[in-house]
Design a protein around this ligand. Structure first.
Ligand code: ZN
Length: 242
């Protein structure tokens, strides 16, 4: 699948070197909301090369290093290290790498009689050559796999989590609300913007690099957009008090 790009309009205070807020469409909000559905194991795997906060990365490494012989015979380390997302919502922008073996890569087979319209044997296997319980023939006719499709996606053509045709305001600390003139002005007030000529509008593109940075930033920073798009680490913890 081609790399997804999502664009985002930022309002930047150039003097304070800070992103005040972003004007976002449905696609960016869907990406942010989808972060909550990621299993912890997936988050650690995605961030493991970078500095992982806390000790949970060590837990991950312990499982990685543990010999399979210590695991219960019916358990697989990959279930913990590469968990499947609990829900699969269609049309969420793919801004995070996926190194799992996708279900699309699993092949399913049936017996040759299933391809005849007067005969239907209700069995599939993921191991080609298994005998069909109905006719004892070898099940080696490959069946196309169809992934789950969100029902809403077919009725509205949208998918994802939130409605389109709405502009959302995403603040530096990732609060998401529908955008309005009033919410924009009150945000400027809240950020103590005095000099309006210091305000700049900037459109940025978000690909997988930025997607990963957003995930990382969301776990450790209260100034995520500034961190990702202006390359500035959060100055002080004391900032959170204001
Ligand atoms: Zn059969």
């Amino acid at each position: 699948m081609a790399a997804t790009k999502v664009s985002l309009k930022l309002l930047i205070d150039a003097k304070a070197h800070k992103v005040l807020f972003a004007e976002a469409g449905k696609d960016f909000v869907d990406f942010l909301f989808n972060l909550l559905s990621l299993p912890v194991g997936t988050v650690i795997r995605l961030l493991t090369n970078e500095t992982m906060v806390g000790s949970i990365g060590n837990l991950y490494k312990s499982i990685e290093n543990l010999n399979e012989d210590y695991m219960q015979p019916n358990q697989n380390k990959d279930l913990l290290l590469k968990p499947n997302p609990p829900t699969s919502v269609s049309n969420v922008p793919l801004l995070l790498p996926d190194d799992r073996v996708s279900s699309a890569a699993t092949k399913f087979y049936t017996c040759q009689y299933n391809s005849l319209d007067y005969c239907y044997h209700r069995c599939v296997t993921n191991k080609a050559g298994t005998n069909c319980p109905s006719c004892c023939c070898s099940m080696s006719t490959e069946l196309p796999f169809v992934g789950p499709v969100n029902k809403n996606a077919t009725s509205t053509g949208e998918g994802g989590y939130v409605r389109g045709l709405v502009t959302y305001m995403v603040t530096d600390d990732l609060s998401v609300t529908p955008m309005s003139m009033i919410s924009g002005i009150s945000m400027l007030n809240k950020c103590n913007v005095m000099e309006f000529d210091a305000l700049q509008e900037k459109v940025v593109e978000i690909g997988m690099d930025e997607g990963l940075k957003l995930l990382k930033g969301s776990l450790k920073s209260k100034a995520v957009l500034t961190y990702v798009f202006l390359g500035k680490e959060e100055a002080k913890e004391a900032d959170g008090a204001s």
